[in-house]
Design a protein around this ligand. Sequence first.
Ligand code: FCB
Length: 480
Amino acid sequence: MTPEPVLPPHFRFGTATAAAQVEGAADTDGRGPSIWDTFCSEPGRVRGGDTPTVACDHYHRMPEDVAMLGELGVDEYRFSISWSRVLPGGLRGTDDEGVNRAGLDFYSRLVDELLSAGVRPVPTLYHWDLPQALQDAGGWLERATSEALGDYAALLAETLGDRVTRWLTLNEMNVHTLYGHALTDHAPALGMGLDCLPVAHNLLRAHGLAVDAIRGAARPAGGDGAGGGPLEVGVVQQHFPVLPATDSEEDTGAADLFRILTNWLFSDPILRGAYPEAWVAEMVAASAGLTSDQLAADLAVISRPLDLYGVNYYEPTRIEAPRPDKDYSGVLEVDIPADMPFSPVRIEGVERTDFDWPVIPSGLRDILVTLHERYPGLPPVVVTENGCSYHDEPGDGGRVRDDRRIAFQRAHLAAVAEAIDAGVDVRGYYVWSAMDNFEWAAGYAERFGLVHVDRATQSRTRKDSWHWYRELIAAHRAGR
Ligand code: FCB
């Protein structure tokens, strides 16, 4: 059997979820609609017509779900906060007009419950679920939306900041910009192509404003225990190696361009205080209507120093310069329009998950090493998501034998250990996901959980991978 990966003693383990994917309770206790509620109500958007209205009903089953995390023994749990549950209309008015106390209380109880289970709460402020009211006012094309996120961040930090010591601002701005704004595969399905660049800039600026707001308002109580310790603020990006299909100038050029637009456009402003190329900066400034002085002022906000950098990894992307008349549809989960100067190519000869994603653990080591080399000031890294969808169902005696997931997570943890050996300061690893959940446009058919969730009964079954992870964490803690 492959030996278990060995991680340094200070390494921490966790799992992750997001509000829209697990909470359900879409209309409960004063929650307002988000762009994902709208998107999913439109026919043809989501596989099987699935919606997040009920999801895992985590809003009502939170204590049971947290007890399971305690039993699993994770050090940390990454969840996201539903903006429209806390501020149904999106905005925090004077005298806290617009604040939904019942919604805020849910997160306060969740934090308390986690702390009493010995699990450190790690909230993400924004995991793609913009309040619909803000979308109606222009969404991420508007600068004001960044300020609204800053106000929302301050409210959360004032409320939870005595107990929460690690905050993550936004999840995967690159995927949100590309899938939801350039294309139409995710909410809000704007399909703007490269015209959506102001969205990227406003998301980045929202991140910077959130960092300031959290640092300004959070007051960790300190002391020992899961909630103690200094304040840490970070962000989560999806990163992936972009591999040219051949060594030709055309293909490497196409891959370089794709890499810039999907990776560095979102991390360079944060980690280097600049857009990756002069032409990108010019396009952003022109499309967002900013002078060069305004752009520089924004970049100063966007590049506030961070305490950690979250990396989500799933798979590399192979890119070539488009060949005339070749059909590229179905290569990725989303189709890149045919008139773009880069086309994704299927990676052959590797294992694939049941979601048809290639299994390439070395890509995680490679991207971590690349980030370390590209950014001399890279803060400590946490792998904030890594996981796989396999459709294993309970069999004899109710047991879920998901050996393929165990092999996947084990191999990716080994890749993290290799990155650490190569000098990258990786401090933790969160499995996506704590439980099967609503996988965006793919609906409930994709199952990423360590825990199986029965859609009809909501009953939870710990998969074999859950037991494996628990043992791995216990062994690490015991120094075995
Ligand atoms: C990531 C998302 C996360 C989950 C995984 C499978 O891009 O951040 O919510 O859906 O993919």
